[in-house]
Design a protein around this ligand. Structure first.
Ligand code: NAP
Length: 329
């Protein structure tokens, strides 16, 4: 008999999430049936979407949503034998039973020296978000100048490096000087701390006096109001995330600089990474190749211990992470 630890959503988030919004529970799991597997979580992901999506897809008392890298510890499903590693959407739980439908096998030929937690980061959903946002939405070309915010995070750090691999000039912004130093280390041509510059407009103009061909927006809100005015003619804007407004209680209002959009003939597109499911495997292989070749560096911000999941989640929302925020069981 197996007991699983699980974090449930005790109270829907109001404003910035707090530790008391979560509850740690112990759940007795039944024996697995034919076609099922028992999974043991090794690494769990904490992501910004959990803040905004929880309202849409969860009710109070549900196990927190999320992905994990898990090992198959019992199996009555020949597709997932004991010892296999999988990516599961079981949520914030140490053990779970699956019929295989919510499981993705770890990419084949995963190199021994690479941490499997990368399947939740650079070689996982955040890496794919950077990849598709750049190629399918921004239609990135060699020589473009690209702006990315939350640039030292899971998605942003991959955006920076893919854009460099493709021969672009990259301007990255982040919220601490340590992150700015990291951005330079991974190849940003220009990087600055958006919290300490006296004028965001001046900082953006200084970093690229001729403006930006592409803007990969992870942040939205006040940052975007300034950044959108710095676009070049025919600029492309990928709306990936809007973390600066996820805790707002009032519905979003406000106008975009429409005249500037028309005169510059800009294209702006929101996207969700799962749109390109059919191309994901090919993209993951490319991301893995770049990692193995040393062209795509990774950094993980690891919080030890399943009991510390809320701490890791809240820390990521506050900006404590450089690279991907991961919980190690
Ligand atoms: N569209 C999609 O399919 C998709 C998929 C994955 C992620 N996303 C979005 O992409 C964005 C980045 O996600 P991620 O997983 O890579 O997270 P992340 O960047 O690793 O972590 C979140 C970062 O956001 C920054 N941040 C927090 N509050 C902020 C604020 N008020 N203003 C500006 N920056 C703030 C912090 O960095 P600083 O220290 O730099 O402020 C923090 O480290 C999020 O908006 C997320 O929702 C979208």
């Amino acid at each position: 008999m197996v007991f699983s630890k699980a974090w449930t959503l005790e109270k829907h988030f109001k404003d910035f999430p707090k530790p008391s919004d979560f509850k740690l529970q112990e759940i007795k799991l039944p024996e697995i049936k034919d076609g099922e597997v028992l999974l043991e979580a090794l690494f769990l992901s904490v992501d910004p979407y959990m803040r905004s999506y929880s309202f849409v897809v969860m009710k109070e008392g549900d196990i927190m949503i999320g992905s994990q890298v898990a090992r198959v510890v019992e199996s009555k499903n020949s597709a997932f034998p004991v010892g296999d590693f999988v990516i599961s959407s079981a949520g914030w739980t140490t053990h779970s039973i699956s019929d295989g439908k919510n499981l993705e096998p770890l990419l084949r030929n995963w190199p021994k020296h690479l941490p499997k937690s990368l399947a939740l980061g650079t070689i996982g959903m955040p890496g794919l978000t950077a990849y598709f946002g750049l190629f399918e939405v921004c239609h990135l070309k060699e020589g473009d100048t690209i702006l990315v915010n939350a640039a030292a995070g899971a998605v942003g750090s991959v955006v920076v490096q893919i854009a460099k691999i493709k021969g672009c000039k990259v301007v990255g912004c982040a919220g601490t000087d340590v992150k700015v130093a990291y951005l330079k280390e991974i190849g940003c041509d220009e990087a600055f701390n958006y919290k300490t510059v006296s004028s965001l407009e001046e900082a953006l103009k200084k970093a690229s006096p001729s403006g930006y061909d592409c803007y990969f927006d992870n942040v939205g809100g006040a940052f975007s109001r300034v950044a959108l005015l710095q676009m070049k003619q025919y600029g492309r804007i990928a709306l990936c995330g809007a973390i600066s407004v996820y805790n707002d209680t009032a519905p979003q209002i406000g106008t975009y600089p429409v005249v500037s959009f028309i005169l510059k003939e800009l294209k702006m597109e929101g996207f969700i990474v799962t749109r390109w499911k059919d191309k994901s495997e090919e993209a993951l292989k490319q991301l893995m190749t770049w990692v193995v070749e040393g062209k795509l560096k990774y950094h993980e911000h690891i919080t030890e211990g399943f009991d510390n999941m809320p701490t890791g989640f809240l820390g990521m929302l506050k900006g404590e992470n450089t690279g991907k925020a991961i919980i190690k069981v």
